[in-house]
Design a protein around this ligand. Structure first.
Ligand code: MSP
Length: 630
């Protein structure tokens, strides 16, 4: 087992392709990295946090062409959008790497030369199925219905001479390493996925592209006719950014490196990268932390579906901290989550405005009303006060364990348990009743205990909601301008503080109004007349129906809708093929064509689907094919 450092910490996000602008998925990984970096800084670690952009490869060239720009100016423009988005989300990366940076290019060349000299790279012919979306070859067993499982597109068959990395040489080593370091890849489900890959023989990795096919890449130092395949280029960013091999940051941070990625790039990070490092004589990273996918409308986000969720829009609408909190609280790190604005509003109104916001405002109000805003001293603790103190100190420990294990939703649940306990303490102690009695000292102890609890809450929340935490700390006289205390300092309950008057401040989280809630609810289920009018529904007559080899459910139909269309429909288990020709049907004719079982389907046939089965919808009486349905 590798030893953990108790003084340094290094965290990375994936470097994002510059073929699209940042969306909620990129924001999630980057905010997670920020939360963990801030947590380690709070715990007194010397921390380095890296993010950046991945700028080589087919995908980027395609995107630049589409945008009508030169590749160089296109990558500059999109990379800048990423770099400028992060500070707006309060991301505190220490460095931003671009794979087009000179020092990165030099490091890639250096590592390629090293691995080549060690005899671990060879030249050979290869034919394989390549997904441009993923920038990698797929084996047959990895494909689903012969399609890329991520992009659902058919891979291209590519045959060419290329350079290969002898990855197969490292299969046994990696299996052994995973056995000896059981939390190398976490959560466990992803370690198991990697182990499942390793049960099959590991193939050597194609690491080059001929320049005549792709010139936008880093040339191989031993053959100028080739450029480096994106993964052998991109993964190296994690060490080139640290100044590998001699840079101080490399020596200091690489031994404690932790990566954050989503499940889509598990294989390159869980298999290619450790093998590449081993081959170059470099220690593996410490942990790979893998999260799931944010889905929208229970499916993938995509430009063509127009359902891209933009982080800046949400932060502007609901407040940055509410957005950060929601992302970390609603997704169980490792599992997929369905994004919904409705749950964001619920979290904002209930956890933030109600639980946390009310606690802070009622407590400050009491200190202002009963002690003129000067925090009273902590007297002798009684049973209830000791109970609150011990619960709070326990939460700090639980929180630390969950944060170190990347179980963010549980860390937040612990903090909310503490918030609940402080609120309950207030309800039980009833300081407003105490204020009427003569025992001011006892009232002081109670209000001091409440503010000690709130101090702890503010510090534990700082990694997630830095602005809010700092506002609370300022309000409670704990300092101004970004003071965040340290995790260690929290153990000293009731420590005397500088006397800065506690002040009233506007509510931390304004509740989202009923009208806004209504609007979001309506937007998610009601279609406007303009949206409906976009649908082109027509009467069609089925001309031919044919079985599709390899599919039990789908049929290939030729339908006359005023013009002939091929439509692939899931009718095989509901209708006999011979009963379909001449049937009249309702066709959605302007649906974006998709390829199903290798056949382009140019529309959709509407049917009833109820407990009796699936039935076609037919006009009342014969209609002319192509008649419009309104
Ligand atoms: N350039 C490569 C990574 C190279 S790392 C050496 C790449 N880039 S990417 O732009 O496609 O980013 C993929 C990453 O973005 C995911 O691994 C994840 O961190 C984040 N996400 C993109 N979409 C996502 C969701 N829908 N949900 C959650 N995160 C996702 O792959």
């Amino acid at each position: 087992m590798r030893k953990k450092s108790d003084s340094t910490f290094y965290i990375t996000t994936p470097i994002y392709y510059v073929n699209a602008e940042p969306h909620i998925g990129h924001a999630y990984s980057t905010i997670v990295a920020d939360v963990i970096a801030r947590f380690y800084r709070l715990a007194g670690f010397d921390t380095f946090f890296l993010t950046g952009t991945d700028e080589h490869g087919d995908k980027v060239v395609e995107a630049a062409e589409k945008a009508g720009e030169t590749v160089a100016s296109y990558v500059d423009r999109i990379s800048k959008i990423f770099r400028e988005t992060w500070p707006k989300l309060n991301i505190t990366n220490d460095y931003f790497i671009r794979t087009t940076d000179k020092n990165h290019i030099d490091t890639v060349s250096e590592i390629l030369s090293e691995v080549y000299t060690r005899g671990e790279i060879y030249f050979s012919e290869y034919e394989g199925k390549y997904c441009v979306g993923c920038e990698r070859f797929y084996t047959d067993t990895e494909l689903v219905d012969e399609r890329c499982p991520i992009h659902m597109t058919e891979p291209k068959l590519i045959s060419e001479e290329n350079y290969f990395f002898r990855m197969s040489n490292y299969q046994d080593w990696l299996l052994d390493y995973l056995g000896k370091n059981p939390d190398f890849i976490r959560p466990e489900r992803y370690k198991n996925e990697v182990l499942a890959f390793l049960r099959e023989p590991l193939e050597d990795l194609c690491i080059s592209r001929p320049k005549k096919r792709l010139s936008w890449g880093i040339p191989l130092p031993f053959d100028n006719n080739y450029v480096t395949y994106v993964w052998f280029d991109a993964l190296i960013n994690y060490i080139s950014a640290l100044g590998y091999p001699n840079g101080e940051p490399f020596k200091k941070y690489w031994p404690v490196a932790q990566h954050i990625i989503a499940k889509d790039i598990l294989k390159p990070h869980g298999i290619f990268w450790p093998c590449m490092l081993k081959a170059a004589g470099i220690e593996p990273y410490q942990h790979l932390n893998v999260h799931g996918y944010w889905n929208v409308d229970t499916g993938k986000m995509s430009k063509s579906l127009g359902n891209i969720v933009k982080p800046m829009d949400l932060a502007a609408e609901y407040g940055l901290d509410a957005f950060r909190y929601f992302l970390l609280r609603d997704m169980v790190f490792g599992l997929d989550s369905d994004f919904s604005e409705k749950s964001l509003i619920n979290r904002l109104n209930s956890d933030l405005a109600n639980d946390l916001g009310n606690l802070v405002s009622r407590s400050t109000k009491m200190i202002v009303a009963y002690f003129d805003g000067r925090l009273p001293a902590l007297g002798t603790l009684q049973e209830e006060d000791i109970f609150l103190k011990e619960a709070a100190l326990r939460v700090i420990e639980e929180y630390k364990v969950e944060m170190e294990g990347f179980v963010f939703h549980k860390a937040l649940i612990s903090v909310w348990e503490l918030i609940g306990k402080i609120n309950k303490y207030i309800d039980t102690m009833k300081p407003w009743v105490m204020a009427k009695s003569a025992d001011k000292a006892r009232l002081g102890t109670v209000l001091n205990s409440i503010s000690e609890g709130i101090k702890i809450v503010s510090v534990l929340l700082w990694p997630f909601m830095p602005q809010t935490a700092e506002k609370i700390q300022e309000q409670f006289g704990l300092g101004e301008g970004g003071l965040k205390l340290s995790l260690d300092a929290l153990k000293e309950w009731g420590k005397t503080r500088p006397v800065i008057p506690i002040s009233m401040a506007p509510a931390l989280f304004p509740r989202v109004t009923f009208e806004k809630e209504q609007e979001v609810r309506e937007m998610s289920s009601i279609v406007s007349i303009e949206e409906f009018r976009k649908l082109d529904l027509r009467v069609g007559t089925i001309k031919r129906a044919e079985a599709i080899i390899g599919s039990e459910k789908l049929l290939k139909l030729t339908v006359d809708i005023g013009e002939e269309r091929t439509i692939v429909a899931g009718l095989a288990t509901h209708y006999k093929i011979e009963d379909l020709p001449k049937q009249q049907v309702v066709v959605l004719s302007n649906l974006k064509p998709v390829k199903l079982m290798g056949i382009e389907s140019q529309g959709m046939i509407l049917a009833v689907d109820d407990e009796r089965g699936v039935y076609l919808i037919t006009p009342d009486g014969t209609s002319k094919p192509g008649s419009s349905i309104k």
